[in-house]
Design a protein. Structure first.
Lengths: 333, 282, 275, 282
């Protein structure tokens, strides 16, 4: 999930860096204010610890994944849950990513902003609030941590795919499907590991997790968060499948079959494409238009496909919503 | 056939640190072997070669006469149990019982056997009552025992202990020494240990290897080794205080036989004073 | 990855012209190179510029007296994710070309496009040049020199202190991680052992992660205590001596910056004239 | 006025663990004080109260006669330097030099003074050549010295060492003992240390506190303490081997004066065995 240099155009890379910096500054402020100076060494050492955790090879022999590509635990959800703030994850993962980028070349320098957003901000916030809300509603830390762990891997992977798609370096469908499926499985491991790790920590050092005890907030507000996260989840889960109805290859065969394009040159006439779809609909008697309002995302001139944007937009809105709501809640306390 | 034997074992860490240099080590059945040496001599590295955690850069390690291969590595690890210095590195589970069960479970034993072994192991190290405690809350000495129990539950025939007494209080050291001796006497186990505490060597070991900078510079019985104080001093070690004292007396013309353990030294001194009389009753 | 850390560090302790350069100079030059490379549009210009940059990198690598396998090994380490994306490019169209020519038809209606191959190559060149720059930087600069360099360039002291501590403890945890792995092995735990249930294996990995977490946390608490003993407070920071750049550092910096800016421009101008 | 004094100091950890129970401790100027006790007796907890890391649950800690307050805490920490058992906890900077400079930097000294102090401290512990090394490549003994240098650079008047010899080889222990004694003799520093190695107590301490379960069960000179073997045994401690041996000889009728350090014991035995002759030359 570490986007290397060169895969994001410089303008977008800078954009992500700016967003990331906002969160880094926020997390620094959090480190200073809420945790006071005493936590700075703690967080620094924990960052090294999370780095060590990330090196634990989690390449379980899941034969589902061809080639047995290895993955490792990100640990963002765990850090956020145990330290009681998503900013802890942002802070720690930023340090980890800086080191990985500058020292190992794992994840680029220009693309580091995007990586921080994915693995620090999104993983931390989604992990934390998923855990909080599920735990508040169902009072089950174990499952809450499991789902939080899963989400903290899955959502960033989807967003990472979207970022690559927006950059135009990877087709959206391919990115979403491959990243989504792969990380849905990896997420199970992350979830399991997060849940068991948390249960051990609660047993051995309950005082660490103490600050996290379910906030006595209004149930309604928590329900909103749960609902928000559920919707985000739903989008996230269905997005790849939705998009996968358009794998490139399938798409182009379909189009060539209806004579929109010849087999050697892909130069698609958009009006013909629409006509072809209509023709298919007539032939199959299926009037349900499963095409998004925008036809193919590989069309020249149409760089930002609407549905990809829609996913990004949806995720961001929910994210901001969740964050805002939780802010309101915490301020009341 | 020896239980453990190394032949010209050389181990080089990535980064060209030669930690072991053509080392020949032999552990016969039912022996108590001490490996002593200064900080960085290579003791821990040697021990890690015994159960295939480190693969020799050159030379070989034979376990019951056979080299360690990918096929027999599980057997080897079951046969040679290692307890490292820091108990915290070896305890991962939420309860003592689960932690001790970790090894047997990995061996694929059935539940009943596991249960039986866990309780046998806990009984052996004397911490049955801690079975349901959280290991992270135990004292240093108790954690050490949990780590030992975790390895004993795999029923190894050779027990390797890396600096087992570090950080324990005098009573803890005494208990551990008694425990190691009983393993050897009652269960016929072979025990190999390293330590910086030379007086422990005299109390526990039958045979001593002296390491320096990745080489064995001497080996032999406790007597052989502690007869060479200058050699020991030159490699940052020392003779235990009792033989040192007796040697000094001998040099000063006191007719007294050499002794290494506390009891022997006491008897020797008393006899030397009283002359050739009858044994003094305790 | 922690294992590699020890290894990389080792190469940084060698001695050469490049190793002796001031960390600030190396950081700024490498950043300039990476930004110049990334900023190039996705056109074949990348090939020429990439080639020249790579040649420049190769010269520096030779000057650093490090063996080539060191580079190859580190490149291989970070390659997988990028390479995976790059390889799959050839089957897809993208928005950087108006027209795509199919050069091979595979079963299931999959095609390979000429333009996509070119695009994949562009990505590959950008990727490799950038990664090479980072490898050079980290193979020739000690971690703490980099940190000091960043500190002298105005990295906020809070960050310098935090990062410094993180670097220090990375190694402590590197050793701890090794020991934990060793004691897992001693007790015959193998996450690939299919005789054990998935749940059990994930559980044990979870407990191991939890253990590392707790130990890091406790280490953090102890570190805090001992920092207090040495007068740690709000205004604490890491001790960094001022150190002016030497003439050779300035020369290197100026050459690099000039090079990384002019080359793309010149190439771009010539290609514009050519077409 | 004592340098450090505790009055009915009680410390209770969160979770109701009473680690210290109404403890009265006094450290006069230029003393070498040993605190001994079994694992979990409360030694480390006591030491952390000395410079205000832990605030007493009840009772008080007086430094040069004054209680520790928020205002003087920096002064107190400058005055009382503590070195914990594990050097890795105390070396947190990427290089040795930076680490030793951390304390002086926090004192707000100017760059030149810092530089000077760092090099003085490194010279004192004998590791000047390590200044630019990274801590993780150092051996255990070297790390210990770096940790000590880090504290010495703050020029404390009281040095507190928690189990300073744990894990060191015999030569390392010997060097450290020499170093501690020289701090006291040459620089007039007050040194307080804890240890599980009772024979070290005899070599270094002027005064001994014995702890058990958060209480001081005995205190006095080395002689006073080691005259009570039964008390020591009952709290998991023991008498060092030499006094134990001499006592046993005395009981068996050998006319020999008590001795605690190796040299004294050697002399005593030689005299006892050779009868009232002239001093034997070394
Ligand atoms: N992972 C490693 N990488 C490189 N060198 C290492 C590594 N581990 C140990 N060494 C080096 O190998 C040598 C032997 O180390 P080892 O840990 O075996 O010594 P030891 O005798 O156990 O010392 P101690 O008594 O301090 O435990 C030392 O010089 C040490 O610095
Ligand atoms: N952070 C803590 N929270 C709760 N209890 C603690 C904590 N630290 C120590 N204790 C308890 O306080 C008591 C005293 O501990 P302390 O570390 O002071 O002992 P010690 O004499 O230094 O032992 P050792 O010789 O093993 O270092 C012990 O019972 C210990 O379990
Ligand atoms: Mg060792
Ligand atoms: Mg202690």
């Amino acid at each position: 999930m570490h986007i290397p240099d060169g895969f994001l155009p410089i303008s977008q890379a800078i954009g992500y860096w700016i967003i990331a910096l906002v969160f880094i500054v926020l997390s620094l402020r959090w480190a200073k204010r809420e945790m006071s100076e005493e936590k700075v060494p703690l967080v620094a050492v924990l960052a090294a610890g999370i780095f060590a955790i990330q090196t634990l090879n989690m390449a379980l022999p899941i034969s589902v994944i061809p080639g047995g590509v290895s993955g490792h635990v990100v640990g963002a959800a765990l850090a956020a849950i145990v330290l009681g703030s998503p900013f802890a994850a942002v802070f720690i993962l930023t340090l980890v990513l800086v080191l990985q980028g500058i020292f190992f070349g794992d994840g680029g320098i220009t693309s580091m902003g995007a990586n921080i957003i994915n693995m620090g901000v999104l993983a931390g916030f989604f992990g934390f609030y998923t855990y909080r809300s599920i735990n508040t509603v169902f009072h089950n830390r174990f499952y809450a941590a499991f789902i939080a762990g899963w989400i903290s891997v899955f959502i960033p992977s989807i967003v990472c795919a979207v970022e690559l798609a927006v950059a135009g370096t990877v087709p959206a469908a391919f990115a979403l499907v491959s990243m989504g499926v792969y990380h849905a499985v990896i997420g199970i491991i992350e979830g399991g590991v997060t849940a068991f790790a948390l249960s051990l920590i609660i047993l051995a050092r309950p005082d660490i997790v103490g600050c996290e005890s379910p906030a006595k907030t209004g149930k309604a507000k928590d329900m909103i968060i749960v609902a928000g996260i559920t919707v985000a989840l739903a989008i996230a889960i269905f997005a790849p499948y939705y998009a996968s109805t358009y794998p490139d290859a399938l798409d182009s065969t379909f189009l060539s079959a209806y004579g929109v394009k010849d087999t050697n040159i892909v130069h698609i006439d958009q009006s013909k494409a629409v006509l072809a779809e209509v023709a298919v609909a007539e032939k199959t008697g299926n009037t349900f238009s499963w095409a998004a309002p925008l036809p193919d995302y590989t069309l020249p001139g149409l760089d930002k496909p609407g549905k990809v944007l829609a996913i990004i937009f949806g995720v961001l809105v929910l994210f901001i919503l969740g964050f805002g709501i939780s802010r309101v809640i915490t301020r009341k306390n | 056939m020896h239980l453990i034997e190394t032949r010209n074992l050389t181990y080089i860490y990535p980064g060209n640190v030669t930690a072991l240099h053509s080392v020949n080590f032999v552990a016969p059945r039912n022996a108590r072997i001490a490996v002593i040496g200064s900080n960085g001599a290579g003791k821990s590295t040697l021990f890690k070669c015994f159960n295939g955690i480190f693969k020799p850069t050159s030379g070989s390690v034979l376990i019951r006469g056979e080299p360690i291969t990918q096929d027999n590595i599980r057997e080897v690890r079951k046969f040679v149990g290692i307890i490292f210095q820091n108990a915290d590195d070896q305890i991962f589970s939420p309860t003592v019982e689960q932690d001790v069960a970790f090894g047997p479970t990995n061996l694929g034993l059935d539940e009943e056997t596991i249960h039986h072994r866990v309780h046998e192991a806990l009984k052996l190290v004397g911490i049955e009552d801690l079975a349901h405690r959280v290991p992270h809350h135990l004292s240093g000495g108790e954690k050490k025992r949990v780590a030992i129990a975790g390895v004993i539950a795999m029923e190894p025939e050779v027990l390797v202990l890396d600096e087992p007494t570090a950080g324990l209080d005098p009573r803890g050291v005494h208990d551990l020494i008694t425990f190691i001796n009983s393993l050897s006497k009652q269960y016929g186990m072979t025990v190999i240990f390293s330590t910086h505490d030379v007086s422990m060597v005299a109390e526990v070991a039958d045979y001593v290897y002296v390491m320096n900078k990745g080489l064995f510079v001497a080996e032999g019985s406790v007597e052989d080794i502690f007869l060479q104080p200058d050699m020991l001093k030159s490699i940052r070690l020392d003779v235990p205080v009792l033989p040192k004292l007796i040697r000094s007396l001998q040099k000063n013309g006191v007719p007294i036989p050499m002794a290494y353990t506390y009891e022997d030294a006491e008897q020797a001194l008393i006899r030397a004073y009283k002359g050739p009389q009858k044994d003094t009753p305790q | 990855m922690i294992e590699e850390l020890f290894y990389i560090e080792k190469t940084a302790y060698k001695n050469s012209v490049i190793h002796r350069l001031d960390a600030r100079v190396k950081i700024v030059s490498m950043l300039a190179l990476i930004i110049a490379m990334v900023a190039l549009p996705y056109t074949p210009v990348v090939f020429t510029v990439g080639l020249i940059f790579f040649a420049f990198f190769a010269i520096l690598w030779t000057l650093s007296l490090l063996p080539v396998p060191v580079y190859a090994k580190r490149l291989l380490m970070v390659l997988p994710f990028g390479l995976f994306i790059i390889l799959f490019q050839i089957f897809f169209t993208n928005r950087y070309y108006p027209v795509f020519h199919v050069i091979a038809n595979l079963p299931f209606g999959i095609h390979i496009y000429a333009e996509s191959i070119e695009f994949a190559a562009i990505l590959l060149v950008k990727f490799i040049v950038c990664v090479s720059a980072i490898i050079l930087l980290s193979s020739t600069t000690k971690l703490h020199d980099m940190l000091e360099g960043a500190g002298r360039m105005g990295l906020p002291p809070e960050f310098a202190l935090t990062l410094g501590m993180m670097i220090r403890y990375l190694f402590v945890f590197g050793y701890m991680y090794r020991k934990i792995n060793e004691s897992l092995a001693t007790r015959c735990f193998d996450p690939f052992n299919s005789a054990l249930s998935y749940r059990y294996r994930i559980k044990q990995l979870g407990y191991t992660v939890g253990t590392i977490f707790i130990r890091s946390y406790q280490q953090g608490e102890r570190v805090y205590t001992s920092m207090l003993c040495r007068g740690y407070g709000k205004e604490s920071h890491i001790f960094i001596l001022k150190k002016p750049l030497r003439a050779i550092d300035w020369t290197f910096l100026v050459i690099c910056l000039a090079f990384f800016i002019t080359v793309p421009f010149v190439i771009w101008l010539t290609t514009v004239r050519l077409y």
